[in-house]
Design a protein around this ligand. Structure first.
Ligand code: ZN
Length: 175
């Protein structure tokens, strides 16, 4: 199995639009397995394919009940809004407050080719929106106002110059 490392801000692949997946086959299942390994190694709750350099519309996640994969996910409904301190495996060490819809309904396909549709609120709502952002080349920084963005970038570079992250901000989950 290929082993993947998570791509970090500055890697152009994080800024590209991922492509719709046409074929769900053994190769895709192997990709999902490798992504799940990388996600667990990075202690992330979710991981989108572009974060390991693969421009396919797919993400893996594990919120404590084992790993799952969602293919070609799209949000079909959203409601409410809330601010949540969000982290990203591609922006290690950063935690930023992001305003998003609180509850979303996502539709996609699983690795067996079956359509799945479910509602995610709170943490799962965040995860879904964060991963779909990755599939569209969008990072947390893009959801900040210019001052917040500058401050977040400064912090990101400070952490990088200090030799990287020793531990993630407490209480913040990275996706
Ligand atoms: Zn992320």
């Amino acid at each position: 199995m290929n082993t993947f490392s998570v791509r970090i801000l500055g890697d152009p692949v994080l800024r590209q639009q991922a492509k719709i997946i046409e074929n769900i086959d053994g190769d895709l299942a192997r990709l999902a397995d490798a992504m799940i390994v990388a996600m667990h190694e990075a202690h992330g709750a979710g991981l989108a394919a572009p974060q390991v350099g693969v421009l396919k519309r797919m993400y893996t996640y594990d919120v404590g009940d084992g790993p799952h994969t969602l293919i070609n996910p799209e949000i079909v409904e959203s409601s409410g809004e809330c601010i949540y301190s969000e982290g990203c495996l591609s922006l290690p060490g950063l935690a930023v407050d992001i305003l998003r819809p609180e509850i979303v309904t996502v539709r996609g396909v699983d690795l067996d080719g079956n359509e799945v549709i479910f509602e995610g609120g709170d943490f799962m709502g965040r995860l879904i929106q964060h991963e779909i952002d990755h599939l569209d080349g969008v990072l947390l920084l893009d959801r900040l106002d210019p001052d917040e963005r500058r401050a977040a970038l400064k912090e990101f570079h400070r952490i990088a110059q200090a030799g990287g992250v020793q531990s993630t901000p407490s209480g913040v989950t990275e996706f």
